[in-house]
Design a protein around this ligand. Structure first.
Ligand code: UD1
Length: 421
């Protein structure tokens, strides 16, 4: 298993490029494989473990895929399999994205019920509610979701849950509704950049989706979607992670391909802490004054501050003098990174879904363990800021969502080596 060995204390300087969005690539690849007739060519696809895992799911269900130089070629096969077994789904929760498309295409689906994960229980009641409103009959039995329909019919629905709109449910229902009869209206739809990117891809395939980027989507069902060529939006979370990398090392970094429109809340939060941001058309320059300010922040659905940036921001705040408060309102148990940061000398206490972060003057390198994707990312950030050597194990969590993280960061002055043990 790989480890990252980080020699901390290096100031980052230079340009780092953002790859395509992981969370957009996953549903786009599902839509291309199951909903489309004819081949699709998807550009700007990141080379990630999650994309590999999804390809293996899609190969089993009904597509031939080829991935080279950031381009994913998808050729759907004539015969699509309606069952996504446990062995595939357990490797990646996002496999649940096949449920809506299989139902729309075949009139039936059998998909393993996804489990929880390191960041909490992660229910799928909203996915099921939305698909039932389109006319699916759904039963949960023996760890599987069985869904069936004679014909999906457009419906009016509200997809808001206790923690706000759901990205996954919005995407799943939207994909199913593209081939339903009549019009579907989703109120309280998620507006995350990757949901909008999926909607744009579906429209490029011939779908008729209105209201993209708003909380009310209108989907007019069509008879057929066709393969197309598309380029994935840059990854806002990878971009945000590099912005924090610049800030936490006191660096001067240009984050190329970062899109301002998708990073307003992250920018506002970093600016409030005192980080200097200079937005250009093709990215953002991040410079950091000597003193930053403690702040209070709460995660929210887009356009609010993303939960997927909470760990990284908590890491930065651990080194800012004064007391910061971080509320996690989406995945309320998502504080696995705190114990590891505290092992490096941070002073963070968690009560319920709130972390109180008392800034310390320095972190010191230590052996630490990634427990999930973003909790892993913050450990790399903390390791770069810490004095001495940090060894991050369970790097496979980080590889799920960051393309060649050590190469990209080494390119702007970090001292990180990957070792295979
Ligand atoms: C997606 C992202 C993940 C991100 C999350 C929130 C992908 C592959 N993953 O996950 O990185 O952290 O959005 O931005 O895109 N909920 C319910 N019932 C449901 C579905 C969700 O109660 O049926 C709750 C969840 O527990 C959570 C909140 O709604 O509290 C948001 O979850 P959701 O937006 O669905 O997250 P995912 O799509 O799983």
């Amino acid at each position: 298993m790989d480890k990252l060995v980080i020699n901390g204390g290096k100031r980052l300087e230079g340009t780092v490029s953002v790859s395509g969005s992981k969370n957009a690539t996953l549903p786009v690849a599902v839509a291309a494989s199951i909903l489309g007739d004819g081949a699709s060519v998807i550009n700007n696809v990141p080379d990630l473990r999650d994309v590999e895992t999804l390809r293996s799911v899609l190969e089993v269900l009904g597509a031939t895929t080829k991935f080279k130089d950031s381009t994913l070629h998808i050729a759907p096969r004539n015969e699509i399999v309606y069952e996504a077994p446990y062995d595939l789904v357990r490797k990646m929760r996002a496999s649940i994205y096949v449920l809506g498309p299989l139902l729309a295409r075949l009139g039936r689906a059998k998909v393993s019920f996804p489990g929880g994960c390191a960041i909490g229980p992660r229910p799928i009641d909203l996915h099921i509610k939305g698909l039932e409103q389109l006319g699916a009959r759904i039963e949960i039995k023996g760890g599987y979701i069985y869904a069936q329909t004679d014909r999906l019919i457009g419906a009016d629905m509200d997809l808001s849950g206790v923690h706000g709109p759901s990205v996954g449910a919005t995407a799943n229902v939207m994909m199913a509704a593209t081939l339903a009869e009549g019009t579907t209206r989703i109120r309280n739809a998620a507006r995350e950049p990757h949901v909008s990117d999926l909607a744009k891809f579906l429209n490029a395939m011939g779908a008729e989706i209105e209201g993209i980027g708003t909380s009310e989507l209108k989907i007019h069902g069509v008879k057929q979607l066709l393969g197309t060529e598309y380029s994935i939006v840059p990854d806002d979370i990878e971009a945000g992670t590099f912005m924090v990398a610049g800030a936490i090392t006191g660096g001067d970094v240009f984050v190329k391909n970062a899109l301002q429109a998708n990073l307003e809340a992250v920018s506002a939060t970093l600016s409030e802490a005192g980080v200097q941001l200079d937005w250009k058309e093709n990215g953002v320059r991040v410079t950091t004054p000597r003193h930053l300010n403690a702040i209070e922040l709460s995660t929210e659905p887009f356009p609010g501050f993303p939960t997927d940036m909470q760990a990284q921001m908590t890491g930065l705040l651990s080194l800012v003098s004064g007391t910061s408060v971080v509320n996690e309102a989406i995945h309320t148990d998502r504080f696995m990174h705190v114990a590891e940061l505290n092992r490096m000398g941070a002073d963070i206490r968690v009560r319920g879904n709130r972390a109180t972060v008392r800034g310390v003057p320095k972190l010191s390198g230590a052996p630490i363990m990634a427990s999930d994707l973003r909790a892993g990312a913050v450990l790399v950030l903390a390791g770069m800021a810490a004095e001495g050597e940090t060894v991050v194990s369970r790097v496979y969590h980080i590889d799920r969502g960051y393309e060649r993280i050590e190469e990209k960061l080494t390119g702007i002055g970090a001292d990180i080596a990957r070792i295979d043990e």
